[in-house]
Design a protein. Structure first.
Length: 132
């Protein structure tokens, strides 16, 4: 997604306002809050896997599989949230960086500022069971 006009020029467009309204609607809805929470947990583990060298990879991989399974079940149970997966992924990534920073004891700047993972990468083997 392109940066907003506000970021580029300092002026809000109707599209920026619409995007902001959509984001706020997602953040207020409990079922999207749950989706964001599941994504935050999974993304933090994926960041640790990618950036932390002194970690028990077997244990971390098991945690990632469990997180993916929970996310897949949630997406399977509520088809409506699929529409917002991309936006929820963007929202969740910001928080996931802080979780990964805390859990790995690495600097926040270690982790990419924008999400380096596609929805397919986040879902892993479950991506084929979800219509993205």
């Amino acid at each position: 997604k392109q940066p907003s006009t506000f970021v580029q020029t300092g002026a809000l467009t109707q599209q920026d306002i619409n995007d902001l309204a959509d984001t706020l609607a997602i953040l207020r809805n409990p079922k999207y809050q749950q989706l964001i929470h599941l994504l935050e947990c999974l993304l933090a583990k994926l960041l640790q896997q990618r950036y932390q060298s002194n970690v028990d990879l077997m244990a971390l991989n098991r945690q990632i599989l469990r997180s993916r399974s929970r996310l897949n079940q949630y997406l399977h149970d509520d088809q409506e949230v699929h529409e917002y997966l991309g936006q929820a992924l963007s929202i969740a990534y910001g928080n996931a960086r802080y979780i990964a920073e805390r859990d790995s004891q690495q600097s926040l700047s270690t982790f990419a500022q924008h999400c380096p993972f596609s929805a397919q990468k986040v879902l892993g083997q479950y991506a084929t069971t979800i219509s993205l």
